[in-house]
Design a protein around this ligand. Structure first.
Ligand SMILES: [Zn+2]
Length: 346
């Protein structure tokens, strides 16, 4: 297991300075022929790179097959590294393509919407358009350009926080599975996941719109998401950062076509885990309201029957994983009762 190197550029608020620094870093890694995958948001950051073999922007709806075919072109291009500059969707496509090409990847996120920035997992749609989590190679290097990340949307910051809110619940699910002898625990992975949540915990009562304009917080959110990804690398599985709440998010992808950003879906999924663990659900929901994250089915265009379907489908999204959802083993009536209990007053 090798941890990626992480470096942040925060010396100035100029994205061009960050781009120059990125070009220097890539040369210092001994790579001379980068293959660049970038979104429109990454144009400035890639402008100083030297020796670029090819630059590609993924089309909307790019699939696993697209990534795999791209992997072959990358291989043929003679590139010695993949530099991926963009949001979560782009980084995940790049991880798959790089794995296919047998190359390492340098991840340069332009927004901080989930902890896949630095994880060994790629979430990419299949040919039917359903997002699936696939094993891939974690990046070799992560570059956080704070001037770039300051330009990201508030929605992405909300979602990034949503993905981290899952960690304490995912850890409880992990312990639950370990108690039953279904998996091993790994203290280092556990601590990384717990610490990543601790980094953002003091900000859960702040306004994400204000936070998204604070360079110190943006750096902190980047560090937290990277750390959460490291916990998955350390454990060799997504368990430390992905429990029942992620199964709910996967079921949202599968049944309802991904109604919102991954991190926001995960935050919504946390409501069920919190309820099943006997947490103070109204307080938890108020916290999500403050953060501007979905905490009511209506915000995702779902009615109560949809949510029952969601709860029944969630465990099958991750066969072999044991979480509080599998422990609850809800039938239709049980799911309906849970939904009623959570949203009784609404
Ligand atoms: Zn996640």
């Amino acid at each position: 297991m090798e941890f990626p190197e992480v470096q942040a550029f925060e010396a100035s608020d100029s994205e061009q300075d960050a781009a120059d620094e990125l070009a220097r870093l890539i040369e210092a890694l001994g790579t001379t022929a980068p293959f660049v995958m970038t979104s429109a948001h990454g144009d400035t950051l890639v402008s100083s790179l030297k020796g670029v073999t090819l630059t590609v922007t993924p089309p909307p709806g790019a699939t696993q097959q697209w990534a795999s075919e791209l992997g072959s072109s990358i291989h043929r291009s003679g590139a010695d590294v993949v530099v991926a500059v963009g949001g979560g969707r782009l980084l995940d496509l790049a991880k798959l393509a790089a794995a296919r090409a047998g190359l390492t990847i340098i991840a340069v996120p332009t927004q901080l919407s989930h902890d896949g920035i630095c994880s060994p997992v790629a979430v990419v749609p299949n040919e039917a358009g359903v997002r699936q989590s696939l094993g891939a190679i974690a990046p070799r290097f992560v570059y956080l350009s704070i001037p770039t990340l300051m330009g990201a949307t508030v929605a992405s910051v909300r979602a990034g926080m949503g993905d981290l809110i899952a960690n304490p619940l995912a850890l409880r699910d992990w312990a639950l599975a370990a108690e039953r002898g279904l998996t091993d625990m790994d203290q280092r992975a556990w601590d990384l996941s717990a610490e990543s949540f601790e980094l953002i915990k003091p900000h859960l009562t702040d306004d994400p719109a204000t936070l998204s304009r604070d360079p110190v917080f943006v750096r902190r959110l980047g560090d937290a998401l990277v750390m959460s990804g490291l916990s998955m690398i350390a454990s060799g599985s997504s368990r430390p950062a992905s429990g029942g709440e992620h199964e709910i998010s996967h079921a949202l992808d599968l049944l309802f076509g991904s109604p919102t950003l991954h991190g926001a879906q995960v935050a919504f999924g946390c409501v069920f885990s919190a309820a099943l663990y006997g947490e103070d659900v109204p307080a938890f929901r108020r916290q999500l309201v403050r953060l501007g994250l979905p905490q009511h089915p209506g915000q995702l265009g779902l009615d109560h029957e949809d949510v029952v379907r969601l709860l029944l489908a969630a465990p099958d999204t991750r066969p072999g994983r044991f979480t509080v959802l599998e422990q609850a083993d809800l039938d239709e009536q049980g799911a309906a009762n849970l939904v009623k209990r959570i949203w009784a007053g609404d």
